[in-house]
Every structure is written in C-alpha cells, then in structure tokens.
Design a protein around this ligand. Sequence first.
Ligand SMILES: CC/C=C\C/C=C\C/C=C\C/C=C\C/C=C\C/C=C\CCC(=O)SCCNC(=O)CCNC(=O)[C@H](O)C(C)(C)COP(=O)(O)OP(=O)(O)OC[C@H]1O[C@@H](n2cnc3c(N)ncnc32)[C@H](O)[C@@H]1OP(=O)(O)O
Ligand SMILES: CCCCCCCC/C=C\CCCCCCCC(=O)OC[C@@H](O)COP(=O)(O)O
Length: 383
Amino acid sequence: MGLLQLLKSQFLSHLLICYVFLVSGIIINLLQLCTLPVWLLSKQLFRRINIRLAYCISSQMVAALEWWSGTECTLYTDPKSYPLYGNENAIVVLNHSFEIDFLCGWTFCERFGVLGSSKVLAKKELAYVPVIGWMWYFLEIVFCKRNWEQDRRTVAQGLQNLHDYPENFWFLLYCEGTRFTPKKHQISMQVAESKGLAKLKYHLLPRTKGFWVTVQNLRGTAAAVYDSTLNFRNNETPTLLGILHGKKYHADLYVRRIPLELIPEDEAECAAWLHKLYQEKDAFQEQYSQTGRYPAPVVSPPRRPWSLINWLFWSCLLLYPLGLLLAQLISSGSMLTIFTSVALCSAASLGVRWMIGQTEINKGSSYGNKERVEIKKEKQESC
Ligand SMILES: CC/C=C\C/C=C\C/C=C\C/C=C\C/C=C\C/C=C\CCC(=O)SCCNC(=O)CCNC(=O)[C@H](O)C(C)(C)COP(=O)(O)OP(=O)(O)OC[C@H]1O[C@@H](n2cnc3c(N)ncnc32)[C@H](O)[C@@H]1OP(=O)(O)O
Ligand SMILES: CCCCCCCC/C=C\CCCCCCCC(=O)OC[C@@H](O)COP(=O)(O)O
C-alpha cells in the first residue's frame, strides 16, 4: 500500500475531512442567514450570493469524489448537444439506484459550471439535514412530501419562483421517487401490471405527476429535458463511506437532450411519454450490462481545479486553529477540558455519521414499499 493510500484509509484523515466539512458548512449556513436582508433590497443579488456560498459547500463533496477518491466520471452524449450543457436551463431525469448518484450529478454540474445553482425536487426530510438541507433553503430548492394532494400546490409554486432565476440551472428529478430495492421493484412492477404498463428490469415504475407539473411550470424557463442514465463499471456499488476511504469508482453517464417542445402538455399524454422514456432507459441499461457501453460517443469534460482550491482554502483556514487548540488543550493538562473536548468530537462524528446514513439505501424510507391496498387504506384513514 502506497503512502497516499495509507493516509486515505486512516480514521484520523476521515475525522479531519468531516471536521472541515461540518465547521465550514455551519459557517456558510450562518453567512447564508446573514444574506436574508439582501432579499429585501435585491432578490437577484441574494440569489447570486447564495449560489456562490452553496458552491463552497457542495464543491467540497465533489472534490472528495474527484480528487480524494479519484473517481472517474465519463459522459456519453451527442456532440451536437454538448455545447448547450451549462448554457441553458434544463430538467434532468436520472435513475435512482446508487447511493452516490446525486454526487455524480453534482460532479457534472461542477464541470459545466452550474453547481451552485443546481436544483432538485427533494423529499422534505432532507430539509432538516444540517449543512446540505439548510443550504437548500437559501437556494430555493423545491421540497415535496411525496403525497400529491399536499404537494401539488407547493411544488408548482416552488417551480414558478424559478422563472426569473438569474443564472443557468439544472433541475433534477428522480421520477422513481425513491431508491431502487428488490422489494420496491417487485411492488412497483405489480402496479405496472395492474395498469397494463410494460415491466421494467432496472427501474422502478416512474411517478408521473411530479414530472408533468415540473414540465408544465418550467415551460418557457427550461429549454430541454436531459434524460440521464447512470451506471458504474464492473458492478461497483459505490458509497459515500467508500469515497471517504479514497476508493476509486468508475461512473458512466449517458445523456440525451430532448427539447421541451417535444413533451406533450396534456397530463395523460405526458404520463404515457414518461413511461415510454423509462422503457427506453431500461433498454439502455440492458445494453450497458451486456456491452459496458451506451449508444453515444464519449465526450467527457475534464475535472476543474476550483473544487480542490475551495477545499484546500477551507482546510487551511480551519485546520490551523484546530492545531493551536489541540496544543493548548494538551499543555493545559486539565482532565475536565480534555474529557469535554473528546465528548464534543465524538458527538460531532456521530452527527456526521448520521448525515452519511441519509445516503445509505439500507437506511432508506419505506416509500414505495407498501402494497397499493395499504396505501389506499392509509389515505382513507387520514381523510
Ligand atoms: C450533462 C449532464 C447531465 C446531467 C447530470 C445529472 C444530474 C445533475 C443535476 C442536478 C443535480 C442537483 C442536485 C443533486 C443533489 C442532491 C439530490 C439529492 C436527493 C434528493 C432526491 C429525493 O429526495 S428523491 C424523492 C423526492 N422526489 C420525488 O419523489 C420525485 C418523483 N415523485 C413524484 O414526482 C410524485 O409524483 C410526487 C412526489 C410529486 C407526488 O408523490 P405521490 O406518492 O403522491 O405520487 P403519485 O401521485 O405520482 O403516485 C400515486 C400513483 O402512483 C401509483 N403507485 C402506487 N404505488 C406505486 C409504486 N410503488 N410505484 C409506482 N407507482 C405507484 C398509484 O397507483 C398512483 O397512481 P395514479 O394512477 O392514481 O396516478
Ligand atoms: C467533503 C466530504 C465530506 C464527507 C462528509 C459528508 C457528510 C454529509 C453527508 C451527506 C449529506 C446529505 C446529502 C443528502 C443527499 C441524499 C440524497 C439521496 O439519495 O436521498 C434519497 C432520496 O432521494 C430518496 O430517499 P429514499 O430512497 O426514499 O429513502
């Protein structure tokens, strides 16, 4: 094992990375809070400042993927569409099978210069996750409760607010609504069967309402849908803990640009269009599993140094005072102070472990796990 690999495997390195992420994240969250009065003076200035502050947080995770773990992210796409990426607003539709799929998405956002402004239709629970969830409030991220009756108005309103957004953004939609598990897959295929829809092998049945409401509300704002299919080579099952341990993965992303005008306006037709899209996505996954390739040329944008520079900046800023504090602590010789500091560090590392747990599929929600009869019963009871 090389020296660098040894360093990457050390618990102390992970502790320091998490310390920098957590402390810088909370400082940035506080700075974001301070920008609230700017909203009253100029909404656009508030947005531009928060795009940059958010970049300081999310690019640290991108740097961990690109520079610490050295994960390779390859893009397969039509060379004619390539110049448009990053230069227009778009709705991104992505499969939801991997614990770090959102991070690979962020990596492409970084490479096309839209990381700070990237958006997602996120489950409400994520709004309470410190640093990332709190950062999202200031980015006008759209949250949903995954209950159409409660979401239809708030989601439409959130999307309408993006009409005058001052910088290009990608709006990510995981139409499957939850991460792929064999049980969720089996149940969603029962739903597909009962609706007379074709079965999917690699995806859950997409939820169509969020897609329809997004397309309708972003007409005139977004130029296209980027149909994106992500996979990892050699059946890798990447995790955030793996990234922290410096494990290198190989992500392959296939993107098709579909102009928004091609998507039907009528709700039922739009739903049928999305089901057809997922059948095509399933075929691409099948091709990938057979050949290890997608039906498009590789046009990978290179990684940029900015995420690394930002990460080094925060590390220097925060590790130096930490070193001084530790030196003082040891020289003080006070057992009570040392004990309190160890307890605080343990609590913080448990907190970060809980945050990482949010990305783990085996700790995922029960959404999509219930039979239709159970859902109907629950809905009737709540009425
Ligand atoms: C060039 C490079 C290109 C691309 C780069 C890639 C990406 C980069 C882009 C941006 C990055 C930005 C940010 C990334 C960072 C972080 C993201 C992290 C995480 C957030 C992700 C999430 O939180 S996912 C969960 C939340 N999101 C969603 O759920 C979206 C999808 N859901 C919907 O759209 C839903 O419709 C809804 C949420 C709006 C409403 O939910 P509800 O449950 O009420 O759904 P429906 O009304 O649709 O469902 C009821 C109908 O469904 C049938 N049913 C019942 N059981 C099932 C089942 N198991 N499967 C399928 N369908 C089922 C039921 O019968 C109902 O049928 P009807 O006939 O009555 O409609
Ligand atoms: C610089 C490196 C720092 C390492 C430490 C990182 C600590 C921060 C860790 C995580 C921050 C939280 C990111 C939240 C993104 C979670 C994305 C996600 O995949 O959500 C799942 C959701 O779609 C569906 O949920 P379910 O499948 O229904 O359940």
